[in-house]
Design a protein around this ligand. Structure first.
Ligand SMILES: Cc1cc2nc3c(=O)[nH]c(=O)nc-3n(C[C@H](O)[C@H](O)[C@H](O)COP(=O)(O)OP(=O)(O)OC[C@H]3O[C@@H](n4cnc5c(N)ncnc54)[C@H](O)[C@@H]3O)c2cc1C
Length: 304
């Protein structure tokens, strides 16, 4: 039945390739391949592609910039639906922006700061998309997407219904949203920005936050950002892992960054198996010494 998917995508003129390599779809630069890589160019194609995948009975994975994602090493029997070509940002009112799921957060941050809004300066260095960012409730420097999302238009995959959900319906909390607890395709979001400044001041703040990141994070190595979620009591894990002597701990090509112990970095040739083994090692050491098991923030493609 899955053989029919290529025919349907071709008939609908939706771009795809078969047996695509996945490492370049993730900021970790780790992966194997996937059965199909589909790259729709608009919302209509995105919905039609998902419909075709479901009709073919194939497993799927929705991917933005892959900046919080670890693909498996071998071939995954998956159709990967990549949103990055669907990236329009429209100003629809005073402080109101309608943004497509594949729009890049750094670009959105730059665009809105240059229009004199401070609200999204925090997102300048978060290398994801609006869809991944909303699902993760991405945030930094005291801000998060839940502060600016007014509503989200999404397709509920089980029922096939497209709905607009308002902020208070989205159960946002630290790196969490309702979208993590059911299967949804996030199509676009409406953002409401209210913190005004001059374009010069907003841009200066954005650049300052980017410089802070460059000074404190291992941006010279591929990674998926913070590997673990901060625990409920707020313990900063990077600092804790440093105190536990984990900096430099490695399995194969994957290592705990020496610059920021909260990051697992690919120092060259790391496999998904290396990363998983390192995650387990860090969990075991932390549990033995501190009595709790840190939970990964990284999402594993095989578990989606
Ligand atoms: C160097 C670096 C720094 C980082 N710093 C931060 C930080 O400061 N704060 C922070 O919060 N995160 C940070 N991250 C992590 C990451 O950038 C964010 O989690 C980001 O929001 C993920 O977006 P993405 O498009 O890359 O999502 P992906 O990694 O592609 O996907 C993440 C999840 O969202 C799902 N998804 C993606 N798009 C959709 C959609 N349209 N509909 C439904 N589901 C979807 C995927 O299936 C997956 O489960 C960092 C990562 C890196 C590499």
């Amino acid at each position: 039945m899955t053989g029919g998917l290529a025919g349907i995508l071709k008939a609908k003129d939706i771009p795809f390739v078969e047996h695509a390599e996945t490492a370049s779809l993730s900021t970790f630069r780790i992966g194997g391949s996937c059965r199909y890589l589909i790259t729709p160019r608009c919302e209509g194609e995105l919905i039609a592609a998902l419909d075709a995948i479901l009709g073919a009975g194939l497993s799927y994975l929705i991917v933005g910039r892959g900046s919080n994602l670890l693909f498996d090493d071998g071939e995954m029997p998956l159709a990967v639906l990549r949103t990055t070509q669907i990236d329009a940002v429209r100003r629809v009112g005073e402080g109101l922006f309608s943004v497509d799921c594949g729009a890049s957060l750094p670009r959105l941050s730059r665009l809105t700061c240059r229009q004199g809004y401070l609200d999204l300066a925090f997102a300048a260095g978060i290398p994801g998309t609006v869809g991944g960012g909303v699902l993760m409730n991405a945030g930094a420097h005291g801000g998060s997407l839940s502060d600016v999302v007014k509503s989200v238009k999404a397709l509920h995959i089980a029922s096939g219904k497209i709905t607009t959900l308002f902020n208070e319906q989205l159960a946002f909390s630290y790196r969490n949203s309702a979208f993590q607890h059911d299967k949804w395709l996030i199509l676009r979001a409406e953002l409401s920005l209210s913190s005004h400044a001059t374009a010069v001041d907003a841009e200066a703040l954005r650049r300052k936050l980017l410089a802070h990141r460059a000074a404190t994070q291992p941006l010279d190595f591929p990674s998926a950002g913070s590997a673990f979620r901060r625990p409920a009591d707020g313990t900063p894990l990077g600092k804790l892992f440093e105190e536990l002597g984990l900096k430099g701990l490695r399995v194969g090509g994957a290592a705990v960054s020496r610059k920021h112990a909260g990051f697992i970095v690919n120092e060259g040739g790391a496999t998904a198996r290396d990363v998983r083994a390192l995650v387990a090692k860090i969990q075991d050491i932390t549990e033995a010494k501190c009595g709790f098991r840190p939970q990964p923030e990284i999402r594993f493609a095989s578990e989606r």
